[in-house]
Write a protein that binds this ligand. Structure first.
Ligand SMILES: C[S@@+](CC[C@H](N)C(=O)[O-])C[C@H]1O[C@@H](n2cnc3c(N)ncnc32)[C@H](O)[C@@H]1O
Length: 736
């Protein structure tokens, strides 16, 4: 039975000449028997997925940061977007098309989706300093269904003439191909493209090393854009040949370098006189004297003795002169007859030669370019050459491109360089940070067309937003003991309740009191400025003190990660709602996620993003008139590190400081950006000298770090975001 609303939707679609939404199609029509289908457990129907019967609801979107190099951006007219959160709930938001930030801006407009999901290798992928980046531990049918649900939504939001490109590997690639056939239909399969794989020993002598991966390309209809790309030919395949074709045509003769040539009987020169002259000037045509082997090229200055020196057998044109050796006689001329030796040589002794182009149309074998690279330190970073080829093949300038497994942001960065609009989604905090870093530093990166040149342009404006799951309904079922155990493990709190001036604390972190806010007991109270003022009064601290408050995000009414009052600094550790929901769903964890890596991974994948462990920052703003300086007295990262080296805990773990000199209290604008390379110039000069680097960081950890902020008028609020090498961030603000 169709509901009133469903009937209305169908009538509207039909009267507007639009397609009936997918979830309604199957209610109306029986699924035609499928020729073949991949069968596995956990597979839900497309209708159930699109009607959110999988339990995942569309995400709410909250603008987090704004980059606007040319001044203010209107939030609703954003062009480029980074999304931090689980891609399934974000895709559902786009599919539903209601949230004001995205309404009618993405659905049906995406011309290309490129994704490079984890490949179900069963491994964890760490970044270059041992930081955790992402995991590919979801395997088997769990992996296939995880991907399939996202691909179904991807198809729904693609433009009618859009293209989907999925990177995959031997592990599960063939299953992925089958689900793509199911989702897009085998008739919409465009190509399987072979790309290079990072060489890595398989660790087994009983099988061959795997040298390549695949891209599967599908379209929504046959109206997609396609431009065949060209690639340089290897020198061995570039040949000088004749340019003759079958059958006689008039005029028969061609005048080349002052000689008149006639084609053999029954043939004609395939280039007309004008084209012949043009190619002669570009050195794609030349004349050869057969008996002596002398070669004649066109030279603007006529009979040019020094011509040989002016042609380069190196660099971009070397393919034109590749067969010239030190023995070859080479002449640059306008008229061959001007050279005394060849004044009377019979024309039959000469032949015209034509150089085939140095570029050729590529096939589906793309192993001529790298497919991985390492510029950002993020694992499995795709190469810009690969993305440039994909983007140029299937989109035009201005088209909207999306990557919802964005990692270090290669798709976004290349789309930016090639003047396309882009959306990049990832749930990892390190990915979220790395993408921003690459875009903010794009000016000094390599050009997408010419890798020998720098890009030398700033990124256009972009927004970052968080995709938040809607408030859960089963949160109150959460066992308070499980909750306390969980937060104490995640944030390293020693649980040992004690009282201080009548206030009950739950334990300590770094020797400072820690309070685990329990909203089930708070009777609607949330943490706001009056609450904190009241607390600091009751505590009456004489010496500066730090207090940690661990609080469900919904109950914190502050947008910075700390607050100072009466000599006390309160640091907040926020627990996103998704986590509380999942904690309810994971009772067997006993609130101890870190004791079992596999479970911890399941947990983070289930909640759809990594938990932020804000670094501890002690800082102040110093002023001389309106000239301001940020003084970072101490910086301590809490990121768990594979190689437990001291250098990555203090300032050595600081990756970037972002400043908004006029924070509006709602979203953060990138106004000044300072990355580790600029903050610690000795990183460059000391090279790989770890001892020197450790020494310099030890000195800085003692003295503190100063950053000039320029002139800021009194009364302004300065917003600051510190990010560590793990992608953890700490936000604070100062009103001057
Ligand atoms: C193989 S990496 C992508 C690398 C990327 N192509 C690049 O050039 O850097 C896969 C990414 O997918 C992200 N990811 C995995 N599951 C996700 C999910 N459910 N939602 C959003 N991102 C996810 C991981 O955090 C990881 O960064």
């Amino acid at each position: 039975m169709l509901s009133e609303e469903q009937r209305r939707q169908i009538i509207t679609a039909l009267s507007e000449g639009k397609a009936i939404p997918q979830e309604l199609q199957s209610l109306l029509f029986h699924d035609p028997a499928k020729e073949f289908e991949l069968v596995y457990r956990n597979k839900i129907s497309e209708e159930a997925l699109l009607a959110n019967r999988d339990g995942v609801l569309p995400a709410a979107l909250q603008v987090d940061r704004v980059y606007a190099p040319d001044g203010e951006v209107e939030l609703e007219s954003w062009k480029n977007l980074i999304v931090f959160g689980d891609n399934l709930s974000f895709l559902k938001s786009v599919y539903r098309n209601q949230h004001p930030l995205i309404k009618d801006r993405i659905k049906g407009r995406v011309k290309l989706i490129y994704i490079d999901p984890p490949f179900a290798t069963g491994e964890r992928y760490d970044a270059n300093k041992g930081q955790r980046a992402y995991s590919a531990r979801r395997v088997g049918s769990d992996f296939i269904e995880f991907l399939r649900r996202r691909l179904v939504l991807a198809r729904e939001i693609l433009a009618e003439d859009g293209v989907m490109v999925v990177r995959n590997a031997y592990n599960y690639g063939h299953y992925v191909k089958i689900i793509l056939d199911e989702i897009f239909s085998i008739d919409r399969f465009i190509n399987e493209i072979i790309i290079n794989r990072k060489r890595k020993s398989m660790g087994s002598l009983k099988k061959y090393e795997v040298a390549y991966e695949y891209l599967y390309v599908y379209s929504r209809s046959d109206r997609y854009f396609f431009e065949n790309q060209l690639a340089k030919k290897p020198l061995s395949r570039i040949k000088w040949t004749s340019f003759l074709s079958q059958e006689e045509r008039n005029p028969r003769e061609r005048r080349v370098l002052g000689l008149t040539f006639l084609p053999p009987a029954g043939q004609h020169f395939s280039l007309n006189q004008a084209k012949t002259e043009q190619l002669l000037k570009e050195h794609y045509l030349r004349v050869k004297h057969k008996p002596s082997g002398a070669i004649f090229y066109y030279s603007q200055s006529g009979n040019d003795d020094a011509f040989y020196k002016t042609i380069s057998t190196k660099g971009v044109n070397k393919f034109k002169y590749q067969d010239i050796t030190t023995q070859t006689e080479v002449f640059g001329v306008r008229e061959i007859r001007e050279i005394p030796r060849f004044k009377t040589a019979p024309v039959e002794e000469f032949k015209i030669e034509y150089l085939t182009r140095d570029e050729e149309k590529i096939t589906n074998d793309w192993r001529d370019i790298p497919s991985y690279t390492d510029t950002s330190g993020y694992p499995t970073e795709n190469s810009e050459q690969l993305l440039a080829r994909v983007i140029r093949s299937f989109t035009k300038e201005g088209d909207l491109i999306m990557d919802f497994f964005a990692g270090s942001g290669t798709t976004a960065v290349v789309a930016e360089k090639l003047n396309r609009q882009w959306i990049a989604v990832d749930m990892g905090k390190l990915a979220y940070f790395t993408m921003q870093k690459r875009l903010l530093q794009i000016y000094d990166s390599k050009d997408a067309q010419n890798r020998n040149k720098k890009f030398r342009r700033k990124a256009r404006s972009f927004l970052t937003c968080r995709a938040l799951s809607p408030p859960p309904d089963n949160r109150l079922k959460l066992d308070p003991q499980v909750y306390r155990q969980f937060v104490s493990t995640v944030f390293n709190i020693t649980l040992q309740p004690f009282r201080w001036n009548g206030i009950e604390f739950d334990g300590k972190l770094d020797d400072s009191p820690a309070l685990i806010f329990d909203d089930t007991k708070s009777a609607g109270q949330s943490i706001d400025i009056p609450y904190l003022r009241d607390l600091s009064k009751k505590l009456q601290s004489n010496s500066p003190a730090a207090i940690y408050i661990i609080v469900p995000e919904l109950y914190l009414e502050m947008d910075s990660d700390s607050f100072h009052s009466d000599g006390i600094t309160f640091y907040f550790f926020k627990i996103p709602d998704q986590i509380l929901t999942q904690l309810g769903a994971f009772p067997s964890q006993n609130g101890q996620p870190n004791q079992n890596r596999k479970k911890n991974h399941d947990f983070e994948e289930a909640i759809g993003f990594h938990l932020n462990l804000p670094p501890q920052v002690k800082s102040k703003i110093e002023s001389e008139g309106t000239a301001r300086r940020l003084f970072i007295k101490s910086f301590k990262s809490r990121g768990r590190h594979a190689q437990k080296k001291q250098v990555w805990c203090g300032l050595g773990a600081l990756s970037a400081v972002f400043i908004d000199r006029d924070y509006n209290g709602r979203w953060f604008t990138f106004d000044l950006t300072f990355f580790a390379e600029e903050l610690f110039p000795f990183l460059k000069t000391a090279g790989k000298n770890r001892e020197e680097i450790n020494k310099r960081f030890a000195e800085l950890n003692d003295s503190g770090l100063q950053i000039e902020l320029g002139d800021i008028p009194s009364g302004k609020t300065v917003g600051i975001i510190y990010t560590d090498i793990h992608g953890n961030f700490f936000r604070e603000q100062f009103t001057l």
